[in-house]
Design a protein around this ligand. Sequence first.
Ligand SMILES: Cc1cc2nc3c(=O)[nH]c(=O)nc-3n(C[C@H](O)[C@H](O)[C@H](O)COP(=O)(O)OP(=O)(O)OC[C@H]3O[C@@H](n4cnc5c(N)ncnc54)[C@H](O)[C@@H]3O)c2cc1C
Length: 438
Amino acid sequence: MKVRVIGGGLAGIEAAYQLLIRGITVDLYEMRPVLNTPIHTTPFLAELVCSNSLKSEDISTAQGLLKKEMSMLNSLVIKAAHFSKVPAGSALAVDRMKFSKFIEAKLASFNRFSLIREEVKEIQPFDIVATGPLSSSSICSNIENLLGVEKLYFYDAVSPIITKDSIDFTKAFYGSRYNKGTDDYINCPLNEKEYYLFCDELINAKTVILKNFEKREIFSGCMPIEEMARKGMDSLRFGPLRPVGFYNQVNEKPWGIVQLRKEDNYDELYNLVGFQTNLTFTEQKRVFGLIPALKNADFVRYGVMHRNTYIKSPGNISSNLNFVKDERIFFAGQILGVEGYMESSIMGIIAGINMARYINKKPYIKFSTDTLSGALLDYVSNYKGDYQPMPVNFELFENKITIKDKKARKLAYSNRAMELINQHIIEQKINDDIINLR
Ligand SMILES: Cc1cc2nc3c(=O)[nH]c(=O)nc-3n(C[C@H](O)[C@H](O)[C@H](O)COP(=O)(O)OP(=O)(O)OC[C@H]3O[C@@H](n4cnc5c(N)ncnc54)[C@H](O)[C@@H]3O)c2cc1C
């Protein structure tokens, strides 16, 4: 049996590796350099399109824990990252060329592996689709045919997401405008002075440089908050920061109100409504921190606006990462609606293992939602709200730990998750079918 992995990015190479070490033949299709994306600049596999940092290795962070879970599942990305590591404090940063070369050499060392430099236009059974946020237009059309047009999203124009426990509730309150509806929103008032200071800093903050195609396509769609603010110092007060309808809930008449809307099934994460932005991440923390209730906000994701193709996975993709309507087709990586290098890689690992188990007629692997792998799978397959790309964070866990001290709580989350992954590996014999680990 031969599997076609479509896309030689982080997810595709992880999926290919998991299949190869289990003795399954893989044809990996990568369209570059025959057809390039607007962002990639090399023909290499697993090109890191932006930062060379894979973020923290500290086990008390979600990114550190995810790396540990990936290692336990024999991640090729983690092996390559350690091989090509460059000094970066507690972060795992890599020499990107060495990183890609290690991966290419490792895959090429399997005689069941072929790399085909060709664009795939049509998906077929026994494919793993890992074409990423910049999937070619032909494969996007094919995915639309498979899933339905309204199930494929092209833009990631999202507001920042923060944790609920980092909001200062002495300065914020629950409530809906004119007391209509339920108390689903958290409201963060600003007085006149705070409002104008915020607008001034917003207008002058550093932004990321947009590619031409992004400028063209984003601005016709939805406007970044800093652009809105540039239209006039009061424009936000008549837009997303409209203060009307709350006069009874606060002592002082607010000059502007930032609304936060629930973002997850467990009521732990909130997004800043209408705050899609091109501000750099550091500037988002600084400028949005000028909103009094958000002075110490913990951002689990920052606002971004760039081309990002992803499918509406909940309802269409199962927690095994295969297509609900045809279980022989798997999806992996950012196209599923996860966000980030590591999040995409773990989805590749799981899709690869599960395709191997499907071929070998073994039950799919299952992860507890108290592991990051399981929590992410649950988000991808079961999320009930407005589906937006999600990076890993501890708020995604189903069962909360209530230790007061933040660092101790995070460590407890990590220890629990690692223990669970270990149990899964033993009980479900996840690594027992590996015949050729390199
Ligand atoms: C502008 C930008 C900046 C980013 N910056 C960061 C960052 O700093 N940190 C971070 O963690 N994440 C960042 N991301 C997200 C990151 O790129 C992804 O999380 C990650 O690369 C996704 O991995 P993937 O394997 O799903 O997709 P990719 O790594 O994009 O791999 C997909 C591959 O599929 C190929 N392909 C596409 N269509 C076809 C086809 N039809 N046939 C054959 N091959 C095809 C592509 O050429 C590509 O090589 C950024 C994304 C973008 C767009």
